[in-house]
Design a binder for this molecule. Structure first.
Ligand SMILES: Nc1nc2c(c(=O)[nH]1)N[C@H]1C(S)=C(S)[C@@H](COP(=O)(O)O)O[C@H]1N2
Ligand SMILES: [Mo]
Length: 398
């Protein structure tokens, strides 16, 4: 669409015609710049104030954050998001505290050279060696991963951002001569373990259309934050599908199979059907919607300040997910108060994440639930609206 054409369209028409050209539209919006944050007076008052401390969120368990515990399928490491710095908009998570959901299997053989077998509905199956992948590796940028099972209980610590390197799936698929009946791509990883899990099923694979892989700019990662992938993050090669939940980002990738329209959904797709907001648990892969992260917003820290001659609270939060830029956010301190616009936020792109902050002077002590909302009704944010990311704080001094 030309610029002149776009100018003549009303908002609704623009949305409609844009959705028709969804791929192009999403790609464009990801890069669109947004104005500098509106710095309001309330926020500026903190500059001459004194920080008195950090308020913990209530009703969240005590977990050792940033430390690995458990093994294999039950291994976990939760990232501490409470110390992110809004002054560093492109902050990444250090590799050693990047969240882990499933650790490397004790059955993984690190002695024989790793290959990714490309087979199924194509003219000639072939093997991709790790050294071939390494040679084709290129910078892929900053991308966020979030586990679809991320939860308040673990301080929403199953979410992190890394600077990735790898090979675009489109390049790999271009070297496969697909048969006409091939319509989807099954990507699988090694997923057998010594210890039976108490919480998860083994078996990790997901089925995508080539179009989904292309528009998400999915890649096989060989490096994160400039270093070779660590074992627990899928070494030597893992899938990253920017904007999709972590369950689709298969680790220890060993197989790519071209399949047809009637391919059955994998056990991983079924296990995650409700967490990726499918309708029921569809039998066939073609009946699954993209496991995309919808627009989400949450507070990560509540600071207590003495500023402008009184006690006030500074709420810092992040927004992530979604596919178009949000213009205004609302915040509500429940049950006492109504939604008001968030004082300041900056969102230059949906990925990897952005920051917002808000100044709050509660009228009386008590326990408050902090709700966030996207003010534009057109933005789909079902998890957010369902209260999934609501956190609570106990105020003792006002
Ligand atoms: N082979 C394999 N890949 C996997 C999984 C798994 O259990 N086995 N877990 C998935 C899930 S549910 C998530 S959230 C991400 C987590 O990636 P990370 O541990 O590197 O953060 O890996 C995905 N890839
Ligand atoms: Mo996950």
């Amino acid at each position: 669409m030309t610029r002149v054409h776009r100018k003549n369209l009303g908002r609704r028409e623009l949305l409609k015609s844009s959705l028709a050209a969804a791929g192009v539209w999403l790609a464009g919006f990801r890069e669109a710049a947004w104005p500098e944050p509106v710095r309001n007076r309330e926020i500026e008052s903190f500059q001459n104030g004194k920080k008195l401390g950090i308020m913990g969120f209530s009703d969240e368990e005590q977990f050792p954050m940033g430390k690995l515990f458990g093994a294999e399928l039950d291994a976990r490491l939760f990232t501490d998001l409470s110390d992110l710095n809004p002054e560093i908009p492109h902050e990444t998570t250090p590799t050693d505290t990047f969240y882990i959901r499933t650790g490397a299997s004790q059955l993984l053989d690190s002695h024989t050279p790793w290959t990714v077998r490309v087979s199924g509905l194509l003219e000639r199956p072939f093997d991709l060696s790790v050294s071939e992948l390494e040679k084709a590796t290129q910078p892929m940028g900053l991308h966020l991963l979030e586990c679809a099972g991320n939860a308040r209980r673990v301080h929403f610590g199953m979410m992190s951002v890394a600077d990735w390197q790898g090979v675009p799936l489109t390049e790999i698929l271009a070297s496969a001569k697909a048969k006409p009946e091939s319509s989807r791509v099954l990507i699988s990883g090694f997923d057998r373990y010594v210890t039976p899990s108490v919480t998860s099923q083994p078996g990790a694979s997901w089925i995508f259309t080539p179009g989904e892989l292309k528009s998400a700019q999915a890649f096989l990662a060989t490096k994160m934050n400039g270093q070779p992938l660590p074992r627990d993050h899928g070494a030597p090669v893992r899938l990253v599908v920017p904007g999709w939940y972590g369950c689709a980002c298969i680790k220890w990738v060993n197989e790519i199979v071209l399949v047809d329209e009637f391919a059955e959904a994998t056990s991983q797709m079924r296990e995650y059907a409700s967490r990726t907001m499918q309708t029921g648990v569809p039998q066939l892969a073609k009946d699954y919607r993209p496991a995309a992260i919808e627009q989400a917003v949450m507070p990560i820290r509540v600071e207590k300040w003495f500023a402008g001659g009184r006690i006030k609270y500074r709420i810092i939060g992040i927004l992530w997910g979604g596919s178009c830029l949000v213009k205004s956010l609302g915040i509500r301190f429940n049950p006492e108060e109504d939604y008001v616009p968030v004082d300041s936020f900056r969102q230059a792109a949906n990925e990897p994440w952005s920051f917002w902050e808000h100044s709050w002077t509660p009228k009386k002590p008590g326990k408050y639930l902090i709700w966030l909302r996207v003010m534009e009704p057109a933005v789909v944010a079902r998890r957010l609206e369902a209260g999934y990311y609501v956190r609570s704080v106990e105020i003792t001094e006002v």
